[in-house]
Design a protein around this ligand. Structure first.
Ligand code: NAD
Ligand code: ZN
Length: 354
């Protein structure tokens, strides 16, 4: 077997290196996956530039990456639903303890979650990665590895739309047209939203949103006043949106989302901003606007894969750059500079895309 397990390893703040790691052996309930495609997430770049996120700090070298798909090459002795040759998408968050959150199906809220690529756990920007087999999902032949890697951020969009209760006929404001906002747009449309308006500071990102089916575009400037933006949203939609899904984390954008939402509606907060944020809470209280959080996802992979396979969503246009693993540093630099939308790293030396 191959002995090359090149990996993108973060040693400390600003110190990301490509280096060889031993190829791991799968435990009885694990599979060894030859990684094919791994998307770079904003949080990977944050780890690289800051040596951690919030209280999670890199204390020992760790492999980055958690948006991944690849090919099973070896299965643990207890694995029955996968076999070598199966193409899979990897769900990074695996519960470790059968606690009340896991029992009730909201396993993303379990405090005992193993998360691939979250310190201190190694991630998947490498040639070979082991993962719990029950959190690896087979990809149909018509779903590419790049699409398989996008199942992870697509899952954030699905979970956000589920938390919001998006349904047929809803009008939805999405704040931010980064990869999370754009995928949320695709999901909201697929779930029946009749009108989706999306905001961003960047004209390029709004152009992408238009391409992906946004009905209205809200070009925001940093100095814009949230209450005025909310009135613009109402004017463009011909009424206030039932739902707002905030995907920037910016304080002013959260304020806009609250002001813009129809009384009795829902604001879902996906964007992760400052620890303390000033928001017009009274406005939400007196108008019964529910504010709900989002912590990644749960129970989304099968749905996300079937949405892609059945072409209910087309995630392909999000991939704007693909770099081989050997050029991972350039891939990180491209993401840092905010070029394009989704930057992918191709970890497999022999391209085996269908
Ligand atoms: P991104 O940086 O690619 O996209 C954010 C977009 O918001 C950018 O296009 C930016 O121009 C735009 N923006 C910034 N300020 C704005 C403003 N005031 N008004 C309108 N647009 C504005 O990030 P992403 O990968 O798309 O992720 C979006 C957010 O979601 C991040 O905060 C990320 O940390 C968070 N996130 C949360 C979860 C979760 O589980 N809650 C999961 C994944 C990502
Ligand atoms: Zn991510």
């Amino acid at each position: 077997m191959d002995s090359d397990n090149l990996a993108a390893v973060l040693h400390s703040k600003g110190d990301l290196r490509l280096e060889q790691r031993p190829i791991p052996e799968p435990a009885p309930d694990e599979v060894l996956v030859r990684m094919h495609s791994v998307g770079i997430c904003g949080s990977d770049v944050h780890y690289w530039l800051n040596g951690g996120i919030g209280d999670t700090v890199v204390k020992k070298p760790m492999v980055l990456g958690h948006e991944s798909a690849g090919c099973v090459v070896k299965v643990g002795s207890g694995v029955t639903h996968l076999k070598p040759g199966d193409r899979v998408a990897v769900e990074p968050g695996v519960p470790q303890v059968m606690d009340d959150f896991v029992k009730s199906g909201r396993y993303n809220l379990s405090p005992n979650l193993f998360i691939c690529g979250k310190a201190p756990n190694d991630g998947s920007i490498c040639r070979y990665y082991t993962h719990k087999a029950s959190f690896c999902y087979r990809l149909p032949d018509n779903v590419s590895f790049e699409e398989g890697a996008l199942i992870e951020p697509l899952s954030v969009g699905i979970h956000a739309c589920r938390r919001a209760g998006v349904t047929v006929g809803n009008s939805v404001l999405i704040c931010g047209a980064g990869s999370i906002g754009l995928l949320t747009l695709l999901v909201a449309k697929a779930m029946g939203a009749s009108q989706v308006i999306i905001s961003d500071l960047s004209a390029d990102r709004l152009t992408k949103a238009k391409e992906l089916g946004a009905d209205c575009l809200l070009a925001v400037k940093r100095e814009d006043v949230p209450e005025e933006l909310a009135r613009r949203v109402e004017g463009m939609l011909g009424g206030m949106p039932h739902i707002s899904i905030e995907c920037t984390g910016a304080e002013s954008s959260i304020q806009t989302a609250i002001y813009a939402t129809l009384s009795g509606g829902v604001v879902v907060l996906v964007g992760l901003g400052a620890k303390m944020t000033t928001v017009p809470l009274l406005n939400a209280v007196v108008r019964e606007v529910d504010i709900r959080g989002v912590s990644r996802y749960c129970n989304t992979w099968p749905l996300a894969i079937s949405m892609v396979a059945s072409k209910q969503v087309n995630v392909k246009p999000l991939v704007t750059h693909i770099y081989p693993l050997e050029e991972a540093m350039q891939a990180f630099e491209t993401t840092r500079q905010g070029h394009g939308v989704k930057v992918m790293i191709k970890c497999d030396k022999s391209d085996q895309n269908p």
